[in-house]
Design a protein around this ligand. Structure first.
Ligand code: S3P
Length: 434
């Protein structure tokens, strides 16, 4: 089993570009697949999660070329052009691939079976199957989990749906199904979540109306293939934002990072803690994804109470945020974050266990974590539980550790951040894979 050894005494400085955005790469492939004409994707994330989506679309009859790792050309088959796959579609570790595909495939005229790796096979799918059934879909899960069996129904209809949890995956699945259903589909969210689907649908020529917390889409609109430039993933940059706060003796510059405000809750949290982070925004076009260079300097952090409204806007960044909290003076408390329990692993439990091993005083709640920080980390062995973001978070902790941190079960870092170790070494972290 792959593991990291991360030694103390590293730094984090210089200029880095992290790989492309995972959420945007998945969506570019899927929308490109059902568009008319060609979609040219640059800055594509060549991570295992997005490659699972790519292979699934190929199995559904979409021709896809990859002139380079990060350059993908999708030959769209149009609204009714997908054909049934002969085998189950294996989504690997990727929740986004599975959940969005449910919405994409339910309105077609063929059967599909969706499976994944051990982690994905444990994750809840009824949150998507439920609203799709209200639209007329025929979908079965196994006690709420994959395999997901879809018998396509070409006569699905729009609904008005109020999301019970703030989830961009559920919102996106319902909108994708709505695109291929009769009438109008409206999705209201209890708190803002990432809006990449809405933005990208507009880039493909689809009219998506946003009124307050509700996004609406009329079924039957065609998508026109387009060029998509994928920004660097804020969720991958997050590890270096925190690394920079802990150990950027000289400035650390992260280039071309997507700063869609539905993703950058961590930036707000770190600024509240006293971080020295400067945002150099690039000139922007209306619906496109906003991009900036982010400049970080070593900072003295203080503990904060995290506002629940920022939880969905920083949902994937909590593992590394907890590392920042462990280095901040005083207490940091997060509540209202029970969604962290159903990510690639139970991220609240995994982080609490790892922090305890490394000597950080913490209190686990059903929906959050409180951390009393400022003491740094002991050395020790932590288990990432096969979760990419837990593995990378504890690698960052080594910057304030008194001895080596060993991190088990790190192969899944390749799902979202291929080349993490090399980029971390370039920045000055003392990390190696064994
Ligand atoms: C994602 C939405 C979030 C996030 C995941 C990617 C997306 O999941 O955690 O990594 O691309 O829509 P939820 O919708 O379950 O919150």
């Amino acid at each position: 089993m792959l593991q990291y050894r991360a030694g103390p005494g590293g730094v984090a400085s210089g200029e880095l570009t992290v790989p492309g955005d995972k959420s945007i790469s998945h969506r570019a492939l899927m929308l490109g697949g059902i568009a008319q004409g060609t979609t040219d994707i640059t800055g594509f994330l060549a991570g295992e999660d997005c490659l699972a989506t790519l292979r699934a679309l190929q199995a559904l009859g979409v021709r896809i070329e990859r002139p380079q790792d990060q350059h993908v050309i999708v030959r769209g088959v149009g609204a009714n052009g997908l054909r049934g796959a002969s085998q189950p579609l294996d989504m690997g570790n990727a929740g986004t691939a599975m959940r969005l595909s449910m919405g994409l495939l339910a309105p077609h005229d063929f059967r599909s079976t969706l499976i994944g790796d051990e982690s994905l096979m444990r994750r809840p799918m009824e949150r998507v199957a439920g609203p799709l059934r209200l639209m007329g879909a025929d979908i079965q899960t196994q006690n709420g989990r994959p395999p997901v069996e879809i018998r396509g129904n070409t006569k699905m209809h729009g609904i008005e749906y109020v999301l019970p949890v703030a989830s961009a995956q559920v919102k996106s699945a319902v909108l994708l199904a709505g695109l291929q259903s009769s009438g109008v589909t409206r999705v209201k969210e209890p708190a803002p979540t990432r809006d990449h689907t809405e933005r990208m649908l507009r880039a493909f020529g689809v009219n998506v109306v946003q009124q307050g917390a509700t996004a609406s889409i009329e079924g039957g609109q065609p998508l026109r293939g387009t060029d998509i430039v994928v920004p660097a993933d804020f969720s991958s940059a997050a590890f270096f934002l925190v690394a920079g706060c802990l150990a950027a003796d000289k400035p650390l510059l992260l280039r071309n990072v997507g700063i869609n405000p539905t993703r950058t809750g961590l930036l707000q949290l770190l600024l509240q803690m006293g971080a020295d982070i400067r945002v150099h925004a690039h000139p922007n076009t209306a619906d496109a994804e906003p991009i900036a260079d982010l400049e970080v300097r070593k900072s003295r952090l203080k503990g904060i109470q995290v506002s629940e409204s920022l939880v969905p806007l920083s949902i994937d960044e909590f593992p590394v945020f907890f590392i920042a909290a462990a280095c901040a003076e005083g207490e940091t408390r997060v509540r209202g974050a029970e969604e962290l329990r159903v990510k690639e692993t139970d991220r609240l439990a995994a982080m609490a266990d790892g922090l305890t091993v490394l000597g950080v005083d913490n209190q686990l709640y059903p929906d959050g974590l409180a951390i009393r920080g400022g003491t740094g980390f002991n050395g020790g062995t932590v288990d990432s539980r096969g979760d990419h973001r837990i593995a990378m978070a504890f690698a960052v902790a080594s910057l304030r550790a008194r001895a080596e941190i060993e991190i088990f079960d790190v192969a899944n870092v390749a799902t979202s951040f291929p080349g993490f170790v090399e980029i971390a070494q370039t920045a000055g972290l003392r990390i190696e894979t064994v």
